[in-house]
Design a protein around this ligand. Sequence first.
Ligand SMILES: NC(=O)c1ccc[n+]([C@@H]2O[C@H](COP(=O)([O-])OP(=O)(O)OC[C@H]3O[C@@H](n4cnc5c(N)ncnc54)[C@H](OP(=O)(O)O)[C@@H]3O)[C@@H](O)[C@H]2O)c1
Length: 252
Amino acid sequence: MNIGFLGSGHITSSIIEGIFKSKLKIKKIFISPRNKSISKKLSKRFKKVIVSNNNQQVIDRSSWVFLAVTPNVGNKILKRLSFNKSKKVISLISTININRLKKITKNRNVSRVIPLPFIGMRKGPIIICPKDNKLKNFFKHLGKVIELTSENKSKSFWATSSFMASFYNLLNETSSWLVSKGIKRNEAENYTRELFLALSEDAVNKNKISLKQLVVESQTPGGTNAFVLKELKKKKFYKVQQKVLNSIFKKF
Ligand SMILES: NC(=O)c1ccc[n+]([C@@H]2O[C@H](COP(=O)([O-])OP(=O)(O)OC[C@H]3O[C@@H](n4cnc5c(N)ncnc54)[C@H](OP(=O)(O)O)[C@@H]3O)[C@@H](O)[C@H]2O)c1
């Protein structure tokens, strides 16, 4: 099968990287010429990746077309392109809903998918909406697939996927605090990365218990973990998190 990407940016690069680390059998991957330097690099690195002359050529050459442009660009370019009825359109665009996508592409075969950059390592959750066996069988090689029937629910997942920068900032603040206590930056960062990696792996390994229970089991009454949790709650750290989630949710 030939697949194509409109928009050769961050997420396209990650998906293509994941594809070539997987056992997926793809004949050719056609990508749009923008971004110029990324598309050039991708085609240099992977022989099966071909830079097309323009967006329409990507569509014409591909059975599946991934929309990997920003919402503004999508709203501008999609209506000018022609999607043959046989094409499967897979939108990665955060804020254009399926009905609008169907209208502007004049194609009924439209899905929305939420990959994350870790797809390049073939890790992380991948939301597919609506349920689609072909897409599931494709994306199961690239991460943990979660299928949704309701597009409204996918908005909630979009909101939580916006926590990447603030999560990394939590790591950054943690290691900067270590540095302020006289630890070398390098040691502080290595320690922090390993700590948060182990915590995340632990949460996945203990998936038989709820996250609420994990919170309980990771503290001794009156201990240091209990103290930090209580103080953060007192300072409304988690209430602020919920408020921010509600605010970002409105954008999707
Ligand atoms: N990054 C993520 O983790 C992630 C995850 C899930 C979904 N998404 C969604 O995927 C979409 C792309 O995100 P991204 O992070 O990959 O953004 P990005 O790195 O900015 O990529 C967007 C690409 O679109 C290209 N482009 C601009 N105008 C174009 C046109 N007229 N025709 C074709 N391509 C054009 C840009 O090229 P120039 O640089 O030349 O302008 C750029 O290469 C967004 O809608 C985003 O919400 C992203």
